[in-house]
Design a protein around this ligand. Structure first.
Ligand code: GLN
Length: 381
């Protein structure tokens, strides 16, 4: 049977699709999949229209439109004081997930071990498996979701070829500190381990903390793929556009795979984002905007029986329901969707062993009226 030849026998449909579909079916408030329910900037929309009208409608260069790579290099210089070679070190991708998939596929071979931290964003392990690699899982400490570097040091061996970090972390909602990055530098120095850093929430860091991008660590940069998403920074998750930054030798390998997978990315949107970036740096306001949303949600949940787990970054607030039910998190999340009409994401979906701390993830990237409706439901549970 053809199905016996599955390369991903244990993989089903992503929890995001499952919960969003269930939310739609039962007309529940959908705080599951992470996407804003408000518009992006009008000027950005008009720019896309303009570039379509001006007939920027054919293939873009394989690594991406030069103007966009230029605008990104300027942003990186401004934010992280790092020089990026726009010819060799940036490639525009069809979203963060594709950047991650390609980075893994161009560098992981049969039998290579890749360390990932759980809860892990769900696209990492399947990409590793499809390239013949072996995911090696380390659970983040619960409930701080910190990395225990002693465990990492123990797991590293000559087969270790990649370590994937996600900062700010989705779904754990924590950020990495300078000490974490220095530890990563120490443990990988002198090895051939590649770092894959998923930084799609780079601007969503709260409480005046700073984003410790790999871009600030030259020694780590030499060995890293760093993946970003315009979707998160401009409220346009459906545009599926992002980028990857890597040192030239790694980026050469990345492009070998990228050119035969995606070839190039949506042309008018690339021009539009480039033009928009030259006019505006409104991504700098995102932290404040989302911190207010997080605080609004937290305040609203204050009197409920749910227990919040501190959120340092990303679109999400984790809530423990250990005082409410003994049910498995997936069952509880489904029941809340069907019976109470509010959808969330159960955290066990992000663990290979299905570890269940009775935690659900709620997306607060929503208008306050939708959050109010969700909070009203949650406060009655
Ligand atoms: N990044 C989004 C989330 O965490 C989901 C994206 C997707 O559905 N693949 O909810």
């Amino acid at each position: 049977m053809l199905s016996n030849r599955s390369k991903l026998p244990k993989v089903g449909t992503t929890i995001f699709s499952v919960m969003s579909a269930l939310a739609n079916e039962y007309q529940a408030i959908n705080l599951s999949q992470g996407f804003p329910n408000y518009s992006c900037n009008e000027r950005l929309k008009n720019l896309v229209h303009e570039f379509i009208q001006k007939d920027y409608n054919q293939y873009a260069p394989m690594p991406g439109v030069l103007e966009l790579r230029q605008a990104l290099a300027q942003k990186i210089k401004k934010l992280y004081n790092t020089e990026i070679d726009i010819q060799e070190e940036i490639t525009i991708t069809a979203g963060g997930t594709q950047a991650i998939f390609t980075a893994i596929n161009c560098s992981i071979k049969e039998g290579d071990e890749v360390i990932i931290f759980e809860p892990a964003y769900d696209c990492y392990a399947p990409a590793i498996l499809l390239s013949g690699g072996i995911p090696k899982y380390i659970e983040l400490e619960y409930p701080t979701y910190e990395i225990n570097w002693k465990h990492v040091a123990k797991l590293i061996n000559t087969r270790t070829k990649m370590i994937i970090i996600n900062n700010p972390n989705n779904p754990a909602t924590k950020i990495l500190k300078r000490e974490d990055l220095l530890m990563l530098e120490k443990l990988t120095s002198g090895t051939d381990i590649i770092i894959l850093s998923d930084e799609v929430y780079e601007h969503l860091v709260y409480d005046k903390k700073t984003h410790e991008s790999i871009l600030k660590y030259p020694k780590l940069m030499e060995r890293s793929f760093i993946c970003y998403s315009f979707g998160k920074s401009y409220h346009v998750t459906g545009w599926k556009i992002g980028y990857c930054i890597a040192a030239a030798p790694l980026m050469r390998e990345f492009r070998k795979a990228h050119q035969f997978n995606v070839f190039s990315v949506n042309t008018p949107i690339q021009y539009a984002i480039a033009a928009y970036m030259n006019e505006s740096d409104d991504y700098l306001d995102l932290a404040k905007f989302y911190e207010e949303k997080r605080n609004y949600f937290l305040k609203g949940i204050g009197q409920s029986r749910f227990k919040p787990i501190a959120c340092e970054g990303s679109y999400f607030q984790l809530l423990s329901y250990e005082n409410i039910s003994e049910e498995k998190d997936l069952d509880f999340a489904k029941r809340l969707t069907i019976e109470n009409k509010i959808a969330s994401i159960p955290l066990s979906s992000f663990y290979s062993k299905g570890t269940d701390h009775k935690v659900l993830r709620f997306c607060f990237a929503k208008t306050n009226d939708l959050l109010d409706k969700g909070l009203e439901i949650l406060n009655k549970i």
